[in-house]
Design a protein around this ligand. Sequence first.
Ligand code: ATP
Ligand code: MG
Length: 326
Amino acid sequence: GVKASYIGSKIFDAKHVSKRFDDLKILEDFNYTFSRFEKMGIVGNNGTGKSTFIKMLMGEVAPDSGEFEVGETIRFGYYSQDGLQFDEQMKVIDVVQDIAEVVTLGDGSTLSVSQFLNHFLFTPEKQHSYVHKLSGGEKRRLYLCTVLMRNPNFLVLDEPTNDLDIVTLNVLEEYLREFKGCVIVVSHDRYFMDKVVDHLMVFRGQGVLKDFPGNYTQYREWKEVQELIEKEEQQKLQEKEAPKQVYKQDRSTETKKKLSFKEQRELKELDELIPKLEAEKAEIEEAMSSGTLSTDELLEKSARMTVLIDEIDEKSMRWLELSEYV
Ligand SMILES: Nc1ncnc2c1ncn2[C@@H]1O[C@H](COP(=O)(O)OP(=O)(O)OP(=O)(O)O)[C@@H](O)[C@H]1O
Ligand SMILES: [Mg+2]
């Protein structure tokens, strides 16, 4: 079997790392020391270099200059955005049995490989089915199992939330809560991120990185405010350029757009709707973690959850937008 792994004092350093693809800057003189219990989220637009950053950490892509220094006790677990290679002719159970016979979890408990698979929602029947018969999402879930089973002490997850369903993500969240090592996650899913990481590395494009000391929700709120400030500054600039128009208006309302009657009504409706959606979400979360649901109920709830999360996200954004003008 594989033993639980201990992280020594020296974790990981990035020293003066720079990287570019022709005109596209990815990193510029990046310096960072990863702490023992690092829980870093990575966010940023498509193509800003998040995956490339991770591939450099993993030693798969070489920086143009600078280096990553890796402690000897580090054992990476890397769930990549594109890596997924199985022998399709193998059975699920054989794929994982080739890696280890026993899995040790963060709390010290051990599971047989079969129990571990079961924990990750592979029924005994599924465990004995062939890999080529699995769905795309099931293959990603199996891939995740093969990464976690090796008892890594430094987990790197590139976009796990894209292809895993909510039930699997719940199991993963639980695993990460007990996990005693470093975690780096790239994801756009703020609910997952909020539960798993405590700070964010924001890729803002052209090698500009910002270390944000909060979770994703806090970052989005901060960003909203920043954008508002920028907008107001721009408006002030415009006023200066066109002073005549400004003098004609009442100063207290000049920068504020008034809500139409229809918008006022929409805002009032959102005021009532959002708490209802949040309450339903909390109810479903509780039901899902109660352990009393059948698989069918679990799937049904998780489907509803996906819809709810999107809806809450969309409605909250709209609420924020409208409430600025009240
Ligand atoms: N080997 C390469 N040669 C040239 N350009 C590359 C290479 N690898 C990546 N790029 C470019 O670098 C940029 C960053 O790619 P990367 O995959 O790191 O972005 P990302 O932030 O992970 O994006 P996404 O959110 O879509 O996953 C992209 O524009 C990509 O086309
Ligand atoms: Mg990527």
